[in-house]
Design a protein around this ligand. Structure first.
Ligand code: CMC
Length: 366
C-alpha cells in the first residue's frame, strides 16, 4: 500500500507561493506586499490597505476615492438577505448569522472566476450584516449605512447608533488593518481550497468564516475577556491560571502555530489598547494576567515558546471601543475578508486544485 509523507496539522508545509504577506514566526515579522503591517496600521486606513492587498500597491488619491465610492455604493443589503437574517432565531450565534448572511449574497454573476468588483461588494456588505443583526438583537431598527463615513467609522456608527469618536475609529482601524491578512492560516486555507475547485467567491468566504469561528483560530478573543472576567482580581490570577494548566487546558490568547516569539500584532495592539484604556482597571488586570500567564506557561510548557498572541490585545482594543464580546470574532471576519478575497484572487490567477492525501490505517477486506 502506498503511504504518503504525513504532516498532521500541515505543520511546516507550504501549499502556495504568495506575494500577499510574509509571516516570519522566528523573528516576529509581518509584511503586507513589501510594507510593515505595523506601519500600515499607524499611517494608513482600512481602504488604503485593502487596496494594497487587492491591487498590489497603495492607492493614489484618485484610486482611493474610486475604491471608497465603490465600497459606499455597495454597503446596502438586498431585501432578501435582510429577510433571511431576520428569520434566524435570536439565540443563534453571530458568526453563524454572518456565515448565513454572506451565503445569502450568492448571485448569478458570482460565478468563477472571482472579480475585484465581487470582492469589493462583499467586503462592503459584511459590516452591514453584523450591524443589522446587532440592531435586531438590541430591539431597534437597523440603521442605513452612512455615505459620508469611511468603512470603519460607518461600521461603528451602524453598531452604536451614533457617530464614533476619531480616537475609536483610529483604534479600530489599526486593529482591522493588522488582521486583514496573515498568510496561510486555517480560514484562508479553507477559502483557497474551495476556490481551487473553481467554486465561487461567496462559497470560499462562507467556508473561511466557518473556519475562523473556532476558538483555536478567530474565536479566541471573546474567550480572553471571559477569562479576565472569571479571574476578577489580581490575587486570583495565579491560582486560576494554574488550575487551568494543571487540568491540561489551554490559556486563551497565548501560543501560535507560526510565531515562536512575540506576535508583532500583539505588540502593536498593546500600544493601541493602552492608549484608550490608561485608567481602566480591566486593562490593568489584563496586563497582569498576561504576565502571570507567560510565567506559568514557561513553568508548565518549557521550551514551547508560547507568547501572547494577537487575540489577547484584540480583545482589549475591541472592548475599549465599546464592542460587546460576541462582536469580536465577526469584527475579525469584517477585517480578514480582505485577505481571504485577495487569496481567492491569487489562487484563481494560478490555479491547481488543492487535493492532499491521507494514509489508510484501517483493515483490508478478507
Ligand atoms: N495554553 C497552554 N498550552 C498551550 C497553549 C496555550 N494557549 N498553546 C499551546 N500549548 C501547548 C500545547 O498543549 C502543546 O503542549 P505539549 O507539547 O505538552 O503537547 C504545545 O504547547 C504545542 O502546542 P500545539 O498544540 O502543538 O500548537 P499548535 O501550533 O498546534 O496550536 C494554537 C496553536 C494557537 C491553536 C494554540 O497555541 C492554542 O490553542 N492557543 C490558545 C487559543 C488561541 O489563543 N487561539 C488564537 C490563535 S492566534 C489567532 C488566529 O490564529 O486566528
Amino acid at each position: 500500500m502506498t503511504t504518503h509523507t504525513l504532516a498532521i496539522g500541515l505543520d511546516g508545509i507550504a501549499v502556495a507561493e504568495t506575494d500577499l504577506s510574509l509571516v516570519d514566526g522566528q523573528n516576529g515579522l509581518l509584511v503586507y506586499r513589501g510594507h510593515w503591517a505595523r506601519d500600515l496600521a499607524i499611517h494608513h486606513t482600512f481602504e488604503e490597505v485593502a487596496h494594497l492587498l487587492w491591487y498590489g500597491h497603495l492607492p493614489s488619491a484618485q484610486e482611493l476615492a474610486e475604491l471608497q465610492d465603490k465600497m459606499r455604493a455597495n454597503r446596502e443589503l438586498p431585501a432578501h438577505v435582510k429577510g433571511i437574517l431576520d428569520l434566524i432565531p435570536a439565540d443563534v450565534d453571530m458568526m453563524s448569522v454572518l456565515r448565513t448572511g454572506v451565503s445569502a449574497l450568492a448571485a448569478p454573476d458570482h460565478a468563477w472566476p472571482p472579480s475585484l468588483d465581487q470582492v469589493i461588494s462583499l467586503t462592503a456588505k459584511m459590516p452591514t450584516i453584523v450591524a443589522h443583526r446587532f440592531a435586531r438583537l438590541a430591539g431597534r431598527e437597523p440603521l442605513n449605512p452612512r455615505q459620508d463615513l469611511n468603512h470603519t467609522a460607518n461600521y461603528l456608527y451602524m453598531l452604536k447608533g451614533q457617530e464614533p469618536s476619531p480616537a475609536h475609529v483610529r483604534a479600530l482601524d489599526a486593529y482591522l488593518i493588522l488582521t486583514q491578512e496573515h498568510g496561510m492560516n486555517a480560514s484562508t486555507f479553507s477559502g483557497r481550497v474551495v476556490a481551487s475547485t473553481q467554486s465561487d467567491l461567496i462559497s470560499s468566504i462562507t467556508a473561511a468564516i466557518g473556519a475562523l469561528k473556532g476558538p483555536l483560530h478567530g474565536g479566541a478573543p471573546s474567550e480572553v475577556t471571559e477569562m479576565i472576567e472569571a479571574i476578577g482580581t489580581k490575587e486570583n490570577a495565579e491560582p486560576w491560571l494554574r488550575a487551568k494548566l494543571e487540568n491540561g487546558e489551554r490559556l486563551m490568547g497565548f501560543g501560535h502555530r507560526v510565531y515562536k516569539t512575540i506576535d508583532p500584532r500583539a505588540t502593536a495592539l498593546r500600544v493601541v489598547a493602552s492608549q484608550l484604556s490608561a485608567d481602566d482597571p480591566w486593562f490593568d488586570l489584563a496586563t497582569h494576567v498576561e504576565q502571570v500567564g507567560l510565567k506559568l506557561l514557561d513553568e508548565y510548557k518549557p521550551g514551547r515558546k508560547l507568547h501572547t498572541n494577537v487575540e489577547f490585545f484584540a480583545a482589549a482594543v475591541m472592548r475599549a471601543v465599546g464592542l460587546d464580546d460576541f462582536l469580536f470574532t465577526p469584527t475579525f471576519a469584517v477585517s480578514r475578508v480582505v485577505g481571504w478575497s485577495a487569496h481567492v484572487l491569487e489562487q484563481a490567477s494560478n490555479n491547481r486544485i488543492i487535493r492532499p492525501q491521507s494514509n489508510y490505517i484501517g483493515s483490508m477486506p478478507e
